[in-house]
Write a protein that binds this ligand. Structure first.
Ligand code: NAP
Ligand code: LUD
Length: 283
């Protein structure tokens, strides 16, 4: 059996078309959604991701504000910029691209973003609101995983879902969203005993560990659905956290890397910015 590819690139393009129509409607009411993206330093991967975000803004009609700061920017200078963006009525979303240089405390910066402009969904207020089921900004990558599962027609009710990785931006929130859809969720991490054995139970596997092809194809239960969040730059190009060539022979559906979760993450950022602009206008 060869798995169906869950084409994140195509699904994201479809979502952007829908978002562009909604942005046009909002603009006709005199509201122009705006997203500010702040990047500190010159990490090449971050530069690619931020460029893709600005490109997506142009495509859907969101006004984008670029703030490229040098690597030696102080934490207080960055906090001052975040404060200005929080107060700027033309800005509905504020995003500070991670990782930040080592001398800046990421938590201080994320906590300084106004929760009502936190289109990344990383602020503790939005994390808390998500967990208790109140309206919030959902974090883009976990939300992207869920939309890809939905578009692939995967019914999660009662399924065994295994999440590999427990970071605040991928593993923990995606586990929560899977639970919300009534999956039975197991979260694995670096201290998990017998990771292959746990993954073998899964009907749905979501992997975000940051280790190239760590999850082997023979860990995948035949017919399982695989969402590979990993993006690793290797000598032979971009690869995910799942050994794709063998997993594709066992899974019923799988996301490719590139062209899977990455483009969808950016589409969800566009959606959050649109929603934020509507909320700020009282719509
Ligand atoms: P992270 O903060 O480094 O977290 C990695 C997680 O994986 C940790 O929970 C860690 O466990 C776990 N882990 C590491 N080695 C492991 C092992 N051998 N066995 C089991 N678990 C292990 O990374 P992240 O920010 O979540 O990112 C993960 C990957 O997703 C990276 O490749 C990143 O580039 C990618 N990513 C992609 C997108 C996208 O839009 N497509 C977005 C974000 C991230 P401990 O907690 O025990 O240390
Ligand atoms: N920080 C993110 N840091 C890294 N892939 C992204 C991402 C696009 N504050 C904040 O945007 O949501 C964030 N908010 N993240 N990420 C990762 C994470 C952040 C990752 C990949 C892509 C955004 C993307 O466009 C393409 C794909 O998978 O097809 C490939 C792009 C390439 O490297 O060629």
């Amino acid at each position: 059996m060869t798995a169906t590819l869950i084409d994140g690139k195509a699904i994201a393009a479809k979502k952007r078309t829908e978002i562009a129509a909604d942005v046009a409607t909002l603009k006709a009411q005199g509201i122009e959604p705006g997203l500010a993206v702040v990047i500190v330093g010159d990490d090449p991967a971050s530069e690619v991701y931020v460029r893709n975000k600005h490109k997506a803004c142009d495509e859907v009609g969101i006004r984008s504000f670029k703030h490229e700061l040098p690597a030696d920017t102080t934490e207080s200078a960055l906090l001052a910029l975040v404060g200005e963006l929080n107060a700027d009525a033309a800005v509905h979303g504020v995003l500070v691209q991670l990782p930040l240089p080592d001398h800046i405390n990421e938590e201080n910066v994320l906590d300084a973003i106004s929760p009502d402009k936190d289109v990344d969904g990383f602020h503790p207020v939005n994390v808390g609101r998500m967990v208790v089921g109140k309206e919030s900004f959902l974090p883009c990558t976990p939300h992207a995983c869920m939309v890809l599962l939905e578009e692939a027609g995967v019914d999660l009710e009662g399924k065994e879902a295994v999440v590999v990785g427990r970071s605040n931006i991928v593993g923990k929130p995606v586990a929560h969203l899977l639970l919300d859809k009534n999956a039975t969720v197991t979260i694995c991490h670096s201290r998990t005993r017998d990771l292959p054995g746990v993954v073998r139970r899964a009907d749905v596997v979501v992997v975000g560990v940051g280790r190239p092809e760590m999850v082997k194809g023979d860990w995948i239960k035949p017919g399982a659905v695989v969402i590979d969040v990993g993006i690793n730059r290797t000598d032979h190009g971009l690869v995910g956290d799942v050994e794709f060539s063998t997993a594709v022979e066992r899974a019923s559906a799988i996301t490719p890397v590139p062209g899977g979760v990455g483009p969808m993450t950016i589409a969800m950022l566009m959606l959050n910015t649109l929603v934020s602009a509507r909320r700020h206008a009282g719509i």
